[in-house]
Design a protein around this ligand. Structure first.
Ligand SMILES: *Cc1c(COP(=O)(O)O)cnc(C)c1O
Length: 431
């Protein structure tokens, strides 16, 4: 597969180079030259394939010859070593639970795939790669866990002090080895600004080989397609599902749209947003207006200028009417999000996390106003990652799942730093 920059001012590259660079030299996002289409008989017999076989089939064209088949098979099966159950919540609504990975959020799949690819590309350790990532909570844990112990790759995670939940903080700060957590005395935007400046900085780029583990990286973005294939493997109805995705940077839903263009049957997509309504507004008015991020209780979606939206427009050749046929979008307030957690817990005995609740409500809205049949929402994080909101709404204590029990009592290790690029730069260069 050939990847080009969406700014069209950088050379085309293969998968390996796109993954190692993260972003093209002209600062554009990499995009695949074509979307491979799966044979019809594969699509109509999806349940006959194991998840590993399906994962390999979907990813192989994107990776091309950059990774030998046996290695790619191992990478795929290690990436998806947990379950992706489709759980019935009401007679018409199903949850695709994407929180059964090691850090309890859907970002595990992208982070595990990307880390193993970079590990393979750096296998001779000719050069050392430094992964920089800013996190509002979930990305950092998934990236830390995915890259822990990968040779030749060092990971530096910047997170806003006091603004991530206790479990999220332990996931970031207790890994050790090749993972370093920087506790920035500022907010998420400050962390992101420092990372962006680092990628532009001539001194840093001369001395280090920097890459990003955010969803702009094709190796993190593309494997997210697998969720949609796994959902359809478990779908037992004639009519294709409406799929609703809680969206922030729009990487996950963009991967879903790619899966659909590869032949996966989906009746309609719904992008569920919190108060950050840049995309819902755009789909309604045709005006794309980037805004500063607003803090909400579904904080992993607090994004005012979603970085992957340009990829969605590219998929639809910049034609808004074509996109509108496939995608609707809703903005849901914090108040309704909390009410939805409470209502679904009381009436359906299903515990939503705030991100899943935004999606549940948006899906319901869509189904009420369209003859949408049955639908799936993506439950992207375990509710225990957002205990304050969920425990208050449900009046119930959430038990710690076994997979995070080992974090309890561990010592947090972080480098505390003021929110200044210069401080970060001198720290990075002085090591
Ligand atoms: C990152 C994240 C999202 C948003 O995903 P995007 O791909 O950025 O749209 C939604 N829910 C949770 C729990 C997340 O961690």
């Amino acid at each position: 597969m050939v990847y080009y920059s969406l700014y069209h001012k950088a050379p085309n590259v293969n998968f390996a180079e796109a993954a190692v660079r993260g972003q093209a030299p002209d600062k554009g996002l990499y995009f695949p030259e074509s979307i491979p289409v799966l044979p019809k008989e594969v699509i109509s017999n999806l349940h006959q394939y194991s998840r590993e076989e399906l994962g390999f089939m979907v990813m192989k064209p994107y990776v091309g010859d950059c990774i030998p088949d046996d290695v790619l098979q191992t990478i795929v099966s290690e990436t998806i070593q947990f379950n992706f159950p489709l759980v019935k919540v009401t007679s018409d609504i199903y949850a695709l639970e994407l929180f059964h990975g090691p850090t309890l959020a859907f970002k595990d799949v992208g982070a595990r795939f990307m880390s193993r690819c970079l590990g393979y590309f750096n296998r001779h350790a000719y050069h050392h790669t430094t992964v920089l990532v800013a996190t509002s909570g979930d990305t950092g844990g998934a990236v830390a866990n995915g890259f822990l112990g990968v040779d030749g790759v060092e990971v530096i995670i910047l997170y806003p002090s006091g603004k991530v939940s206790p479990i999220q903080e332990l996931q970031l700060t207790t890994c050790g080895q090749n993972i370093t957590a920087i506790e920035v005395q500022g907010n998420f935007d400050d962390c992101q600004a420092i990372v962006k400046q680092a990628f532009m900085d001539a001194d840093l780029n001369a001395k280090l080989s920097l890459t990003s583990a955010n969803s702009i990286n094709v190796a993190r973005w593309l494997p997210q397609q697998l969720y949609y294939f796994f959902a359809y493997q478990q779908w037992q109805h004639q009519q294709a599902p409406v799929i609703c995705v809680p969206s922030g940077n729009f990487g996950n839903i963009c991967a879903g749209l790619v899966a659909h263009l590869s032949g996966l049957p989906v009746h309609h997509f719904v992008a569920a947003c919190n108060t950050n309504d840049t995309v819902p507004q755009f789909l309604q008015t045709g005006n794309y207006e980037a805004k500063p991020a607003i803090a909400t209780i579904s904080n992993a979606m607090d994004v005012g200028n979603p970085s992957n939206f340009v990829r969605i427009m590219e998929l639809f050749k910049q034609q808004l009417p074509d996109l509108q046929k496939v995608l609707s979008s809703y903005s849901i307030s914090d108040e309704i999000t909390a009410q939805t957690i409470k209502k679904v817990f009381e009436e359906e005995h299903y515990m939503l996390d705030p991100h899943g609740a935004v999606a549940y409500y948006a899906l319901e809205q869509y189904m009420k106003t369209h003859d949408g049949g049955k639908g799936i929402f993506l439950e992207t994080a375990h509710p225990v990652k957002f205990p304050e909101t969920v425990e208050e709404a449900t009046n119930t204590k959430i038990p710690f799942p076994e997979s995070v029990q080992h974090l309890i009592g561990k010592e947090k290790i972080s480098v505390v730093m003021d929110a200044s690029f210069n401080t970060f730069k001198s720290w990075l260069l002085s090591r």
